[in-house]
Ligand binder design. Structure first.
Ligand code: EAX
Length: 358
């Protein structure tokens, strides 16, 4: 199926779903049933309700992600939806469409801008196509550990990043995470940067990521996440890079033999809502949405940590050969990217972040 057809299909899906939930016309004919969203509670179809307005307004928000339902993006979203439902007395709830069902991350972000998707968690990397604000987070080894990333993203710098989204139709609520990214491939164990020379490595659609891998001699091949498993399986690319929870929940261990714990990029994953939704909320609702987002952040990051703690062992048991490269060598090899990008990102901002390392 072409990308365009897919996009049209997913828009149609959204439209049909909206009609069904708004008019309750799902239960009175022999039309196709609405697609069942995963993870949310299924709504009981209203019997024979023509134009019966519900006594209280109930709004089911559409959440879209590119990853498997079991991944903490989606499990965090379920937790967030439960908080919203409880705190708005059932007015707002969330239904999750995982696995790029509603499009790639780039298309999901476009959906957020158009208001056809209400909420998402995505990597910062594809956001680079919409705003320069996130670029700094994509630099290799910019965050030395998670506490460093949290200090930066939960503080003034994170707020400034979100403020730069003003006028884009995207509202940032909190920085959830994907985690530190590691390289997998089907060819050979990776220890030193030279080991990836000539490897065709799928990256996200992000120039800094591509430049970083060019620096170590790999052949970076940008591709939407939804196409990646098949590309790895068919050998269209030799490898890819992602955090352990993605490698596990998307079953990349089935098609990749080698895992190198390089931790070269820390991937934040902002929780975003559409500007259209945000502008429609009352002030009181905005507070509820924001506070719940902040609380869900700790839960979501905890889920990632819990997985990071056990997955090295589990992936090894699943048959992956694991290497632990010396990160300093990789940091040095990728360092020229900082020079390439410092004018666009701002040398001051880079320095400010580096100074927050301890
Ligand atoms: O944001 O595309 C990727 O490799 C991302 O890690 C994934 O879609 C989650």
């Amino acid at each position: 199926m072409s990308k365009k057809t897919l996009k049209i299909l997913s828009l149609l899906l959204v439209l049909v779903f909206t009609l069904v939930t708004v008019t309750g016309c799902g239960g009175n004919g022999n039309e196709e049933p609405a697609p069942a969203p995963e993870g949310g509670e299924a709504e009981a179809p209203e019997e024979g309700g023509e134009a019966e307005a519900p006594s209280e307004e109930q709004i089911v928000l559409r959440a879209a992600t590119s990853v498997d339902m079991t991944h903490p993006y989606n499990q965090g979203m379920v937790a967030y939806g439960e908080m919203l439902e409880e705190r708005t007395n059932g007015k707002y709830s969330i239904e999750v469409y995982p696995d790029a069902q509603l499009g790639s991350e780039r298309e999901i972000i476009e959906g957020i801008q158009m208001g056809t998707i209400d909420v998402t968690v995505v990597s910062t990397a594809p956001l680079a196509g919409f705003s320069d604000a996130f670029l700094v987070t994509d630099l290799p080894f910019i965050f030395v550990d998670k506490p460093h990333a949290y200090r930066v993203l939960d503080g003034e710098i994170g707020q400034n990043i979100f403020a730069q989204l003003d006028g884009t139709g995207i509202k940032g609520l909190a920085f959830w995470e994907n985690g530190f990214r590691n390289i997998t491939n089907s060819e050979r164990p990776i220890m030193v940067p030279e080991d990836v020379q000539g490897l065709k490595l799928r990256t996200m659609e992000n120039q800094i990521h591509m430049d970083s891998f060019r620096q170590v001699g790999a052949d970076p091949t940008p591709m939407a996440f939804g196409e990646l498993f098949t590309a790895l399986q068919q050998g269209t690319v030799d490898g890819q890079e992602n955090p352990l929870p993605i490698i596990a929940t998307s079953r990349f261990y089935e098609v990749q033999d080698h895992l190198a714990l390089t931790g070269h990029f820390y991937a934040p994953a902002p929780l975003l809502v559409s500007g259209a939704l945000w502008d429609n909320l009352s002030d009181e609702e905005k507070v509820i949405f924001q506070e719940a987002a902040n609380e869900a952040t700790a839960i979501q990051r905890g889920m990632i940590q819990e997985m990071d703690d056990r997955l090295v062992e589990e992936l090894e048991e699943a048959g992956m050969q694991i290497t632990r490269p010396d990160k300093a060598a990789w940091q040095e090899a990728m360092a020229p990217v900082y020079v390439q990008w410092e004018d666009t990102i701002g040398a001051d901002l880079i320095q400010q972040i580096q100074e927050m390392a301890e």
